[in-house]
Structure formats: C-alpha cells, structure tokens
Design a protein around this ligand. Structure first.
Ligand SMILES: NC(=O)c1ccc[n+]([C@@H]2O[C@H](COP(=O)([O-])OP(=O)(O)OC[C@H]3O[C@@H](n4cnc5c(N)ncnc54)[C@H](O)[C@@H]3O)[C@@H](O)[C@H]2O)c1
Length: 364
C-alpha cells in the first residue's frame, strides 16, 4: 500500500500522571504540585467530606494557589449521574474555570469518577488532581484513569480513560477508623492480592481479626495494593481485554449490585464475588482446598461477607445481569478464577448456575 500519510501521533493526554503516597502529603502539596499552570484551584467534594477534611484541604490549597473555590456535590453514587455531571459542568462554567485552572476531586470513588469524567469533557479536557479520601478510592478508583458516571440502565455507562495529572494518596484523609463502609476497600486489596500478589495476601492474613490496621500497616497495604494494580494495568491500560484479571470478583459483584439495587454495597458484593469464584475454582480442581479455605478465612478475618441468600426474584435479576455480561463477552461467561494464592486465570464457560449456587456458599 502506498499511503499518503502514515503517522503515529503521541496522543496520550495528560502526558503523565504522578502518583504520590505519603501520610501528610496534602500538608506538603507545594512539594508535589511544583508548577501549577495558574494560581487558580477549584476543589470538589460532598458535604460529609468537606466536614471531615475540608479545613486541611482548603488550607493546603491556599498555600499553593491564590484563588481557591469549592463546588459542593451530592454524596456517593448520587453525584455519579448524568444530572450530577451536568451540575458539575455548569458549576465549572459559573466559576469560569479554564484550562489553566486545577480541579481537585476530593472524596471517594464516586467523586473521583464523576469529577474525572467532567474534567475529561469540560473544554475538551482540563487537568485535574485526585485526592482520594476512602480506602477504595486510594487503592483502586483513583488509579488507572477510568472515569465515568452511571445512567439509569447501567453503572459506569458513560465514561472515558482520562488520567489525573496527580494522584495524591494521603492516608491521613481516611475516616479516623476503618469503619464500614470504608472497610470495603479491604475487599479491593484482597482482590488484587489473591490474583496477583501472594506476599500481599499473606500480609493481609497477619492482620488482627476484624480489627483496624495500625496506621503504619495501613500505609504499607495501600502502597502495595497500588503497586499491584499498576503492575496489572501496565499490561492492558485501556481494557482491550474486557475480562482482565482485575475483574476478579467483579463479574458477580456487578450482577449482584444490579439485582439488589442499593441493597448491597460494592465492597461486600466484591467479597462475595471473590468467595464464589474461589469455590468454583476449588470445585473445578484449579485451586487446592487448603488455598480455597485461606481465601474464605481471610475475607472472614477482614469482616467481609462470603455468601448471600437472595430470593427467587433477585436470583432472576442476578441471572439476567450475568446474561448481559455474557453478551458483552461474545456469548461466553468468562470469570476470573484463582489458581493459587497470587495467581489467577480467566476461565471460559462458567455457567450462570455455577455462579448462582456458589454465591450461596455451596457448589453444585
Ligand atoms: N474508576 C475505577 O477504576 C473504580 C474502581 C473502584 C471503584 N470505583 C467506583 O468507586 C465508587 C465507590 O467508591 P467509595 O467506596 O469510595 O464510595 P463513594 O465514593 O460512593 O462514597 C463514599 C462515602 O463516604 C463518605 N466519605 C468519603 N471520604 C470520607 C472521609 N474521609 N470521612 C468520612 N466520610 C467520607 C462520602 O461522603 C460518601 O458518602 C463506585 O462508584 C465504584 O464504581 C471506581
């Protein structure tokens, strides 16, 4: 072929994403954001997060930026809607944000997802920084550049891959104690440990049953979980493989969340998904029984559920949601199964019946 043009453009935007994890990082913002594009910052957070960490964040921003404004959004998933997206865009317009304004997403995964998506499209893309304040957001949602809002039909239905310029992980911003729902982040750490980092799994096993990890231990867990996620992401940054290992536990979790609506949080749903996939793996003799027990015991130790009883109607909705997943994956339900602690495979042809039975805590 004689091409008139044959160019490869480097279209990565932003060109780089800096991830800093340090207790007290926010207090030292000037050392991290060394050359802001202008003296203007806008931070976005819900009322709870503002009450919890607003003073610390606002004071830190004012040390670096001349003008600091705040946008108050709704809590949790309520911010992560098309209406929430519209509100954010209009607020950015009202405050005359431009491409040189730095936007800070301060909050849990719903906030970093929603603000990241608004930043990806406002003025065709403006820079933003993530200051995650939940464990789920620190180890998972703020890492990887996946941003989205929900529609009434589906979670994360409208979104983009758009990395923040910085992810500043400061465990001092987490709720004082890892109470529910923030313990949910431990489910995401268990996910990444089970399928890709056996040493991290063993470290989790050394935590006190149902207790709160000491700050030093928590910091270590966060750093290790972020590194484990990044190692898996480097191989598939744009999710070319819909069924990548990072979906471990999530095939079931998303279907359960859809079947039960707001009746279950993401963290417990992921824990049940991890336990269900583990049972199937043991049943198929892909994973030894002793290792299977280790996964169940760890979830129990972290005070996370390993099974759920749902009624017939919910079971039908669960099956329907799984069928939708099957459509996306060209007719085959492919589920990530652990093969030994720290390793997993994407197993083809897992049946809806297998998953429906295994979420109850039994197999076949
Ligand atoms: N983009 C990704 O790769 C990715 C990965 C995992 C999860 N997610 C998304 O993240 C969302 C879940 O995130 P989440 O678990 O962080 O919950 P969330 O963001 O939905 O809600 C967090 C709740 O905790 C409160 N909160 C946050 N920080 C607090 C603090 N320091 N002190 C007191 N309260 C605080 C908030 O007010 C809010 O009510 C889901 O929408 C999920 O889809 C995205």
């Amino acid at each position: 072929m004689q091409a008139e043009l044959n160019l490869t453009l480097n279209v990565g935007r932003p060109a780089a994403c800096t991830i800093v994890m340090a207790r007290g990082a926010v207090q030292n913002l000037a050392e991290i954001i060394t050359s802001p594009p202008s003296r203007r910052a806008i931070w976005v957070a819900d009322a709870t997060v503002q009450a919890a960490v607003g003073n610390v964040v606002d004071t830190a921003l004012r040390r670096v930026f001349g003008t600091v404004d705040v946008i108050t959004i709704e809590r949790g998933e309520r911010a992560k809607t098309l209406a929430g997206f519209g509100f954010l865009i209009e607020e950015l317009e009202r405050l005359r944000a431009d491409r040189r304004t730095t936007i800070f997403a301060v909050g849990g995964g719903s906030t970093t997802d929603a603000v990241g998506f608004a930043a990806s499209s406002y003025l065709r893309g403006i820079p933003y920084v993530c200051l995650p304040t939940t464990l789920t957001a620190q180890v998972d949602a703020a890492i990887g550049g996946k941003v989205a809002v929900n529609t009434t039909a589906a979670k994360n239905a409208v979104g983009a891959f758009y990395h923040p310029s910085h992810v500043i992980i400061d465990p001092a911003l987490l709720p004082v104690q890892l109470e529910i729902p923030d313990r949910d982040g431990l489910a995401e750490i268990t996910k990444v440990a089970t399928i890709s980092d056996g040493a991290l799994f063993a470290r989790l096993e050394s935590l006190p049953t149902g207790g709160h990890p000491a700050p030093r231990v928590l910091d270590e867990l966060i750093s290790r979980a972020v590194m484990a996620k990044l190692a898996l992401l480097t191989k598939d940054p744009f999710e070319a493989e819909l069924d990548r290992l990072l979906n471990f536990g999530h095939e079931t979790a998303h279907a359960l969340e859809k079947a039960l609506g707001h009746g279950i949080r993401h963290g417990p749903a992921v824990a049940i998904g991890i336990a269900a996939a583990t049972r199937i793996s043991v049943d198929r003799r892909l994973l030894g029984e002793a290792e299977g027990r280790r996964v169940g015991n760890l979830l129990g130790r972290l005070a996370l559920p390993v099974s759920i009883d749902i009624d017939k109607a919910a079971e039908q909705r669960f099956a329907d949601a799984l069928r939708q997943v099957m459509l996306v994956r060209a007719g085959s339900l492919r589920v990530v199964l652990p093969t030994r602690i720290g390793h997993g495979v994407i197993a083809p042809a897992v049946t809806i019946e297998e998953l429906t039975t295994s979420i109850r805590g039994v197999v076949r």
